[in-house]
Design a protein around this ligand. Structure first.
Ligand code: NAP
Length: 314
């Protein structure tokens, strides 16, 4: 008999239906159902669930649940909801997501590197004037966070001729990427950075990591790309640096409140590019293949995939 794997989510109905369709196709040996289709007598039979922004109250009803597979890479909300609980959280690790993020990072680094925002503003004013061209080999792109997404993106930038640095908790050994750690390391790295890319999880330690003081370490005229989470940057402090010209441009894909409220000054700031959280979506097909492998390994060998460290927060 097939085991039940509920898909627990507060996403819009159309998204849930799409997920159910793909999961049923990709995990034919499991009985994939939405939470609302479960009978009360099913609750105690469930040991693994697939989750996408789940209602924690529903998850907590599954008294024998051992682990949840998140459909996303960022799990700060799950960590917060299940802090004191035994249930393990498995985040999505998908090479296709790494590829998509690396593609987004390269695209927006090139946007800043080739001054596209600057020429757009000039065009609006009918100005014909060229900026100096500086080769990628003369520019330093730095990453805050060198994990799955940061390291894949760093490698892509190296292949495109940029100098690359990265800051992480532990020292990294990625070919041609200069690794920095610790508070002092962050300061040293920021001081030489032309373009800063944020790909660090949101945790207690990283909330407002980039604030007035840390942002002031950047080189004058540096730019920022935030593809991580909105609260990694204190936006008020960022705007002060944008207004003073210390920071040239910010490409923001993530915000403390999403969708970005209509009243936000970021929409109309001439040196801000607002993106609607699109840098790296979960690909349902490739992600479901990963869920299949993870659940198969658990069923056959009772092995739960590497889980999130709830104390560390990622
Ligand atoms: P990851 O594999 O967990 O890597 C996290 C990196 O951050 C690691 O290098 C880690 O250092 C470093 N780090 C964490 N806390 C730190 C601290 N306090 N001090 C210094 N370094 C610290 O995460 P990922 O898969 O690369 O994803 C990063 C984030 O991207 C996700 O958490 C999510 O918020 C965001 N994301 C955004 C989108 C989007 O569409 N915008 C899509 C997917 C993900 P160590 O390696 O030393 O542990």
């Amino acid at each position: 008999m097939k085991s039940i794997v509920p898909f627990i989510s507060m996403l819009p109905k159309a998204d849930i239906d799409e997920w159910l369709k793909v999961l049923k196709k990709k995990l034919p040996k499991e009985r994939i159902v939405k939470f609302s289709s479960l009978k009360k007598s099913d609750y105690k039979k469930i040991d693994v669930a697939i989750v996408a922004n789940p209602n924690p109250t529903e998850v907590k009803k599954l008294i024998n649940l051992k682990w949840v597979q998140s459909v996303w890479a960022g799990v700060e909300k799950l960590v917060e909801s299940f802090k004191g609980e035994k249930v393990k959280i498995i985040r999505l690790v998908d090479p296709e997501m790494n590829r998509t993020m690396a593609e987004a990072v390269l695209s927006w680094v090139l946007y800043l590197h080739r001054d596209m925002h600057f020429y757009r503003i000039q065009q609006n004013k009918r100005i014909w004037k060229e900026n100096d061209y500086i080769k990628p080999s003369k520019k330093i792109v730095s990453f805050i966070g060198l994990g799955e997404l940061g390291s894949a993106s760093a490698v892509k930038l190296i292949k495109n001729g940029f100098n690359v640095c990265g800051w992480s908790r532990g020292k990294k050994n990625i070919s041609k990427v200069k690794s920095f750690t610790g508070k002092l390391g962050l300061k040293k790295m920021l001081k030489q950075t032309d373009i800063l890319v944020c790909l660090i999880p949101l945790t207690k330690q990283t909330k407002y990591l980039l604030n007035y003081k840390t942002l002031s370490y950047l080189k004058r005229g540096a730019s920022i790309i935030n593809f991580a989470r909105g609260a990694v940057i204190n936006v008020k402090d960022l705007v002060r640096h944008l207004n003073s010209g210390k920071i040239k441009h910010a490409v923001l894909d993530v915000f403390e409140q999403e969708p970005l409220p209509k009243a936000s000054i970021l929409w109309k700031h001439k040196n801000v590019t607002v993106l609607p959280h699109i840098s790296a979506h979960t690909n349902m097909d490739t992600a479901s293949d990963i869920f299949y492998k993870n659940i198969k390994m658990y069923r056959l060998k009772n092995r739960i995939p590497k889980s999130v460290d709830k104390v560390r927060g990622y």
